[in-house]
Design a protein around this ligand. Structure first.
Ligand SMILES: N[C@@H](Cc1ccccc1)C(=O)O
Length: 499
């Protein structure tokens, strides 16, 4: 039978006295009340001790009663004056009695037979009697003493002296109920107690304990990790922020290089043109975008690069015939809030990449849309690409599946053929959300050679763009995308930390 240190101690102390008041047992163990009570309940459930509660009616002194215990009952104080002077008027008692005590005093003295009452010159006169001269301690005096000595006296004991009603009437004492807890050892407890070995209990394993070998002798305090504790709300990262940070770390651990940029504003050149997306072409409508009102235009990159992109658009590259129109540098210079993270892929490819290499970026992007539980006009994308000699579409699908399953925790994923001006083939990805059904979370494909060659890269580049907010919904277990940016304190405090 596994007993805790406190239970053992309680049982040993109880065995010394067999039957004891709870409070006394607490004193004997030197533990606190709560610990002893917990131990007793434990011992009781194992049949080693019994805890009984007994309610009892008691009498206890009132404030007035306590005063009487100190300075004497009014009748005794009056008698003292009478004894001194033999004959007095009520006025003579004012020095020893309060106004309240004065009123009933004549009746009291007469009832005891300590004084006779008469009238002289129309005034009430009290004269001490024989009985008054030899006044002795009465039951009520004994009761008062008893009550003063002990805080609470069982009613049954007090009533042997004076009816409780009488004490109440004289405002000396009141009745109350107290619960007494009695503890008793059982025969099983008595049998076990002498065999208990009480080892010193420690809660911290120190270097000293290890070095001295004393750890062998001590008992380690056991902790109840299921015990309820107070809720704490320490400062912590906003749940979505925490999710993004962890995602970033994961990708870096996987060997991806992070692409960063300072501004949220992009030229159309990097958002569209560098991605071989034709100007003034229906294909540009694959997504709606915002435009910057002021300033309207930015700068184009190095002339040579612009010339290659222009050539790819106008008459093609790498065996392609291009889009066959006159490419406008003015249009390419227009500024816009970045509409997709893929713009950073283009920037990186133009800057130069390691081959083989893996790159990613987490970007805030902007697109006009109708807000609802799966759409925001301002959202986050995680874009990435892998560049290498022998990469194929299969590699791409493998990577994407890993993203959806490992990072988002989606159980079911599906790929559908799609169209993007900058990839061929292109694919769209959806994951199954228990409440929302199939949720599209991104696009991917192999960058077209018209794009990569113009930017100076000659090997295959597989790329993807994922609406990370939507994946976060899966991971954080929410069914409304707007909740990611909610101020709801309860959610902020209690949202599960992921990974
Ligand atoms: N940029 C595309 C996704 C994408 C990225 C890379 C390749 C193909 C598609 C989007 O925002 O929807």
């Amino acid at each position: 039978m596994e007993l805790s240190y406190q239970e053992k101690l309680t049982l040993i102390k109880l065995n010394e006295v067999k039957k004891v008041k709870f409070e006394d047992l607490v004193g004997r163990t030197g533990l606190d009340q709560v610990a002893v009570m917990r131990s007793l309940l434990g011992l009781q459930s194992r049949g080693l001790a019994r805890l009984q509660e007994k309610s009892e009616r008691i009498a206890k002194l009132t404030e007035t009663g306590r005063k009487y215990a100190q300075i004497g009952l009014p009748e005794w104080r009056a008698l003292a004056v009478l004894k001194e002077r033999g004959k007095i008027t009520l006025d003579d008692l004012r020095s020893v009695l309060s106004e309240d005590e004065l009123k009933p005093i004549v009746g009291l003295l007469r009832k005891e037979g300590w004084a006779s009452v008469g009238k002289e010159d129309g005034k009430l006169v009290l004269e001490i009697t024989e009985k008054g001269m030899n006044a002795k301690e009465r039951p009520i005096d004994l009761a008062l003493k008893l009550l003063a000595e002990r805080k609470a006296v069982p009613l049954s004991e007090i009533e042997k002296l004076v009816p409780a009603k009488e004490l109440k009437r004289r405002k000396i004492a009141v009745e109350d109920t107290v619960t007494e807890r009695l503890v008793e050892i059982t025969p099983a407890g008595e049998e076990l107690a002498p065999n208990i070995e009480l080892k010193e209990e420690v809660s911290t394993l120190t270097p000293e304990l290890i070095k001295s070998g004393k750890w062998r002798e001590v008992e380690f305090k056991r902790f109840n990790i299921h015990a309820p504790v107070r809720k704490l709300h320490p400062g912590k990262k906003q749940p979505y922020r925490a999710f993004l940070d962890k995602l970033r770390r994961r990708l870096i651990e996987m060997g991806f290089i992070e692409m960063t940029v300072d501004s949220l504003i992009e030229t159309q050149f990097w958002n569209f043109d560098a991605l071989f997306q034709p100007q003034n072409h229906p294909a540009r409508d694959w997504t709606d975008t915002y435009q910057l009102k002021y300033p309207k235009s930015g700068h184009l990159p190095a002339e040579e690069l612009v010339a290659r992109v222009k050539a790819a658009h106008e008459h093609g590259l790498a065996g392609s015939r291009g889009w066959g129109y006159v490419w406008s540098p003015k249009r390419a210079m227009l500024l816009m809030p970045r509409a997709h993270g893929t713009a950073l892929d283009a920037r990186q490819l133009a800057k130069g990449v390691e081959i083989p290499g893996k790159y990613f970026t987490i970007q805030r992007v902007f697109r006009p849309d109708v807000l609802d539980r799966t759409h925001l006009i301002e959202f986050n994308q995680i874009d990435g690409f892998v560049v290498g000699e022998d990469l194929t579409f299969r590699h791409l699908l493998g990577i994407l599946k890993r993203f959806a399953v490992e990072i988002a925790g989606a159980k079911k994923v599906k790929f559908l053929p799609d169209y993007y001006p900058f990839t061929e083939p292109s694919v769209q990805m959806s994951a199954y959300h228990p409440e929302l059904g199939w949720v599209e979370f991104g696009g991917a494909g192999i960058f077209r050679e018209e794009m990569t060659k113009a930017l100076g890269v000659d090997v295959p580049v597989i790329a993807w763009g994922i609406g990370i907010d939507r994946l976060a919904m899966f991971k954080l277990g929410i069914d409304d995308i707007r909740y990611l940016f909610s101020y709801d304190l309860r959610w902020l405090r209690e949202a599960r930390l992921v990974w």
